[in-house]
Design a protein. Sequence first.
Length: 212
Amino acid sequence: MSSPLNDYLSTLQPIRDPILLKMKDYAVQNNIPIMEDVSMAVLLSLMKLKKPQTVLEIGTAIGYSAIRMAKACKECKIVSCDLDEKRLAIAKAFLHESGFSDRITLIYGDALDDLAEIEHNAPYDMVFIDAAKGQYEKYFKAFSPMVAKHGMVVSDNVFFRGMVPGIVQPTKRYRTVINRLREYNEYLVREEGFETTFYPIGDGLAVSIKTD
Ligand code: SAH
Ligand code: MG
């Protein structure tokens, strides 16, 4: 969500890496919703503290967040899944160009249908949910059992354009998505075995830490 605070924060830590800049440019030109850098910064600092060895990402797009996570976490291996074949092909090229192909494994398919390969690489120290906004509860239910003890699930866009908290009036087009995200946020709070904190940054980030 664009806000004076987010705008200010994004000027503090501008991206300078040429490949990342190229990816951001590609995303803008092709209307691909990559994660905002201000919330990415929070995610990466959590990763630097937690040092996950294994990460599952639901929603690769062109690999922007995957590459940023791999850069921040020198030892971690990332499995990232997307059902959009064209985007995954672009992601593959960018991974190759950035030299992270060996630490990021791409899986083509619907995360909810093609669980076998995702399951095969489990458990994960961190699961990052950033795919279809109306499906978050389904992803959480499918993948939170694959989270290692004291691991975490991070969900992006949980405040979707400020519409979820009602800062911005939900538009008709997004009504269902907004209702589902509201239900999801409440579900996260209720969910036993996880403690969730919401970060009002970027498009809203929920960090759910596995407690048992
Ligand atoms: N994490 C990326 C952005 C992901 S955009 C970044 O910040 O760089 C969301 C992606 O989720 C889209 O590319 C879309 O194709 C994918 N997606 C949507 N539903 C999915 C599903 N059920 N399984 C796998 N990928 C899905
Ligand atoms: Mg996102």
